[in-house]
Design a protein around this ligand. Structure first.
Ligand code: ARG
Length: 301
């Protein structure tokens, strides 16, 4: 038999050479939130149908130059990614100077499939590499033991989602907000069925949260080295920013090996052949409200 266990599981994590450097506006020691980002958040992407910002329907997080984390519920299982793009390096989602790269394929997790609201992850592999610079870069992956909810750490969520539940339009400018994590036990009092693949964050009085159109985007905590780690993926909630109803995020540490395997240089299998013709809808003539609404109209998304 050959080198069956190569590469070993004990390999150092395949991090981007540099990851998780907070932009200046996020480094103040005062907790601010619910405001427009004054410069791009390097790991934040807009996931869209077509290249234009009008097609935005979810957020995403850059893990390396060709790998983006997003939420499973943003897509239909095994759908074609033809004509779907990520855009990076902008605050205005309609900025034409953003880096726009088509998605090559989505990686669905066979071991921990997305069922109900659980394991709300999809990895997006890009057709070509993003160029990392001041405005575009990766978030770091957490250590396996990373659990900011154990201490109630305040973390950050960002995106182009609606500014309130049920709002009809998306903001043009990237928004971010700081929210404290809550324990799964506490979160389960609001939502039955909180699992170990979820992590929750919100204020007891509400007022700060992610919302529709933020899904798939980054829930980021600062680690002991001051780096931004991808703690979670915007997943679901009842309404937005309601008292006693935290936002629920897909917990990255639950699928960490799968994530590493599917990053560049990972042991993941090569991308599957491009799927055949699909019954996907038209690529235009569909408003952003409809796209976002597709996944998010229910109070559960
Ligand atoms: N499901 C929503 C989306 O698709 C995200 C909702 C997050 N909700 C919340 N209350 N944090 O964009």
């Amino acid at each position: 038999m050959g080198a069956a266990t190569y590469p070993p599981r004990t390999y150092p994590s395949r991090q981007a050479a540099s990851c998780g450097n907070f932009p200046g506006f996020m480094t103040g020691d005062r907790i601010v939130g619910g405001e427009a980002a004054s410069s791009p958040i390097p790991w934040q992407v807009s996931v869209r149908q077509g290249q234009s910002g009008w097609g935005h329907f979810c957020g995403g997080t850059i893990l390396d130059a060709k790998t983006v984390m997003c939420a499973a519920h943003c897509f239909d299982k095994d759908q074609s990614m033809s004509g779907y793009y990520v855009a990076a390096g902008m605050t205005d989602r309609k900025d034409n100077n953003a880096q726009k790269i088509e998605i090559a394929n989505g990686v669905w997790n066979a071991q921990m499939p997305y069922v109900g609201n659980n394991n709300d992850f999809i990895i997006l592999k890009l057709k070509s590499a993003l160029t990392f610079n001041d405005k575009v870069g990766a978030a770091c992956l957490p250590e396996p033991s990373h659990a900011p909810d154990a201490t109630g750490q305040t973390c950050f969520v960002s995106g182009w989602g609606t500014l309130e539940s049920g709002a009809s339009g998306l903001p043009d400018d990237l928004q971010w907000v700081a929210v404290p994590t809550v324990t799964n036990a506490q979160c389960n009092e609001a939502y039955n069925g909180i699992t170990s693949s979820m992590i929750c964050a919100g204020l007891p009085t509400g007022g700060k949260d992610s919302c529709q159109g933020d899904s798939g985007g980054p829930f980021i905590c600062r680690n002991d080295n001051g780096k931004a780690v991808l703690t979670g993926v915007v997943s679901f909630g009842i309404g937005c920013a309601l008292a006693d109803y935290p936002g629920v995020y897909a917990r990255t540490t639950a699928v960490l090996d799968w994530v590493k395997d599917n990053m560049e240089g990972g042991s993941g299998s090569p991308p599957p052949p491009p799927p055949g013709p699909t019954t996907q809808g038209p690529t235009d003539g569909r408003s952003e409200e409809r796209r976002v609404g597709k996944e998010c109209r229910s109070r559960w998304s």
